[in-house]
Write a protein that binds this ligand. Structure first.
Ligand code: ZN
Length: 160
């Protein structure tokens, strides 16, 4: 089966940054499965995987704009420590999930100065050129419900 009309694609991938450091890999774990054409993965990777077949191996280098976006300084804000109630030790580098206008986002603590905390709402990989080594493991048709929901169903989906 070819990856053409909104199928579910399973891939093994290894992700490296521009410096050649490995950031993530599915090797040794379950492959990543996603609904193709639904914007579930970064745009540059999704378009590279169009029209691939099982067994295809590809190496794709994706500019920041087609990966996690450019860094935006407006996403860096100073907030009061009171925003982090219940957390005793706010430390630089800690990450929190926060709600943003474009859905859930990861916020990283950049600096702590007394009661003031500087947070960075940029995705941790924003501004980075990323390289994916990918192997297409499986391609299947999406079910009607998956198409309706815009994501795949399986072990990681709580509402099947
Ligand atoms: Zn669903």
């Amino acid at each position: 089966m070819k990856n053409t009309e909104n199928p579910v694609v399973s891939i093994h991938y290894t992700l490296t940054n521009q410096a050649g450091e490995q950031l993530d890999s599915s090797i040794g774990a379950e492959p990543l499965s996603y609904l193709h054409g639904a914007g579930n993965i970064i745009p540059g990777l999704e378009s590279a995987l169009s029209e691939t077949s099982v067994g295809d191996k590809l190496k794709v280098t994706i500019e920041a704009a087609d990966a996690y976006g450019e860094r935006n300084d407006e996403q860096i804000q100073e907030v009061s420590k009171e925003m982090f109630q219940g957390i005793d030790n706010i430390e630089v580098g800690m990450q929190f999930q926060a709600d943003s206008s474009s859905g859930p986002a990861i916020v990283t603590i950049k600096a702590v100065d007394g009661d003031k905390v500087t947070i960075d709402g940029n995705h941790p990989l924003a501004g980075e050129q990323l390289t994916f080594d990918v192997e297409v493991m499986e391609i299947r048709s999406a079910t009607e419900t998956e198409m309706e929901h815009g994501h795949i169903h399986g072990a990681s989906c709580g509402h099947e």
